[in-house]
Design a protein around this ligand. Structure first.
Ligand code: SF4
Length: 414
């Protein structure tokens, strides 16, 4: 977990979605992280990642003389090369072994190769005339949201797949070093109330099922983008859409004050529960059947049952929410998705003594928590908030190497 220097817990939309789905899954994913090499690599997810990396490289033009930028076929062939090598190397950058990709059918890899080739070929044709100066890709943002009344707050981070300046009269450039130049230069124009076009925020989707527009309207991901873009480009008119990368079609959506309020309440509710180390188990067969931690969760509950300790108390004892690099190794010895031993019996007995009162085995909280949350929410509605873009100096890269932070591609926030 990461904190800003001011001590604000950093959340993202996907982290909050995992937490809302199941608190225990959040704990497994972000705190305990048992045997990461066993985590299944789903073909659809890997496919989306490679497609995103192709689009990113297309606009980044790190080496503009590369053959891949000379024709759509060359570009699509680079995709094919990356995709066919998806199983190798089977090690992460840190030298850990990775699980093999899970193919649903023997020909899935080949089918996705043909699909990806077409997607990249068409993408090249659609975008080769797009001036690099008018867009940003994989734009990173981090926003501080602070309640002025009590100083409490959280930081929200995320990436925007594509940020595009449209209908602008600023000069177009196709040079790699001018990536995002017009966007940056448009900021004072918007501030002065000049007609400088509008900003288009695009999220790529590579799946074959498109999101129904009504569901898209409720998705908080775009509310996060709305907040970040408003802070980065105040006064700029902004529009939002999902781009179906299979055919380049767009599904538009919009955001306003109502969605902003929902987002703020959600951040404060979830952030507060995480800080209180509440990791309620969903224990819902519809959620559990597709959970990547199903075996680990069953094993944890089994140990909890045998020891007579509530699973949440075991979770807190093993991997508590702490600032800074993880202070103690996991309480559990994990092997093939099972707990095969306890690494520290003393910590286990302390967990038993210090245990919190039993919490309900569902997302819904006990009476006391419920009242506390109700109070928080009513405050949230009345209180005033300060929302600011955080600068790199404010980040406290807890549990992260600074090298990892350098990899981040920041939206220019100043
Ligand atoms: S198996 Fe079910 S209860 Fe356990 S972490 Fe996964 S979703 Fe949550």
């Amino acid at each position: 977990m990461r904190y800003t220097r001011a001590g604000q817990l950093v959340l993202s939309d996907s982290m909050m979605k995992v937490y809302q789905d199941c608190g225990a899954r959040f704990w497994f994913n972000y705190l305990e992280n048992p045997e990461p090499e066993l985590q299944p690599r789903l073909a659809a997810f890997e496919f989306g990642t490679v497609i995103h990396s192709m689009f990113y490289d297309f606009f980044k033009r790190r080496d503009p003389d590369l053959k891949m930028f000379q024709s759509p076929a060359n570009f699509a062939n680079v995709f094919r090369g990356r995709w066919l090598n998806i199983d190798s190397p089977n090690r992460t950058n840190r030298g850990r072994s990775k699980a093999a990709v899970l193919w649903r059918t023997p020909d899935e890899k080949e089918k996705l190769s043909s699909l990806g080739y077409k997607i990249c070929y068409d993408f090249y044709q659609r975008n080769i005339k797009m001036p690099l100066s008018h867009l940003l890709v994989e734009a990173y943002f981090i926003v501080n949201i602070t309640n002025e009344q009590n100083g409490r707050g959280y930081a929200l981070q995320g990436y925007i797949d594509r940020l595009e300046l449209r209908q602008s009269r600023l000069p177009a450039s196709f040079r790699a070093e001018d990536l995002g130049k017009a966007l940056k230069e448009s900021r004072p124009l918007f501030n002065n109330g000049e007609q400088a076009g509008h900003i288009m925020v695009i999220d790529y989707k590579s799946g074959n099922k498109m999101v129904p527009p009504a569901a898209l309207q409720l998705d908080t991901q775009f509310s996060c983008y709305d907040l970040a873009v408003e802070l980065l480009y105040p006064a700029a008119p902004r529009r939002f859409a999902i781009e179906n990368v299979r055919d380049g079609s767009h599904i538009p959506t919009n955001r306003g004050d109502g969605e902003r309020q929902v987002l703020r309440e959600r951040i404060f509710k979830i952030g507060r529960s995480i800080e209180k180390e509440q990791f309620p188990l969903a224990s819902n067969m519809y959620k559990c059947q597709n959970c990547a931690f199903l075996r680990q969760c069953a094993s944890l509950q089994n140990v909890a049952g045998r020891k007579g300790i509530h699973p949440e108390d075991l979770m807190r004892a093993s991997s508590p929410l702490v600032r800074g690099p993880r202070k103690a190794p996991s309480l559990f010895e994990w092997k093939d998705g099972e707990i095969v031993g306890i690494t520290d019996e003393q910590r286990l007995s302390q967990a038993e003594k210090l245990r919190h009162k039993p919490t309900q085995m569902s997302f819904f909280f006990g009476q006391e928590e419920h009242e506390a949350l109700a109070e928080d929410v009513s405050h949230t509605a009345q209180d005033t908030f300060v929302e600011t873009i955080a600068s790199p100096e404010e980040w406290q890269p807890d549990g992260e190497s600074t090298a990892a932070l350098e990899d981040w591609n920041q939206t220019q926030a100043s």
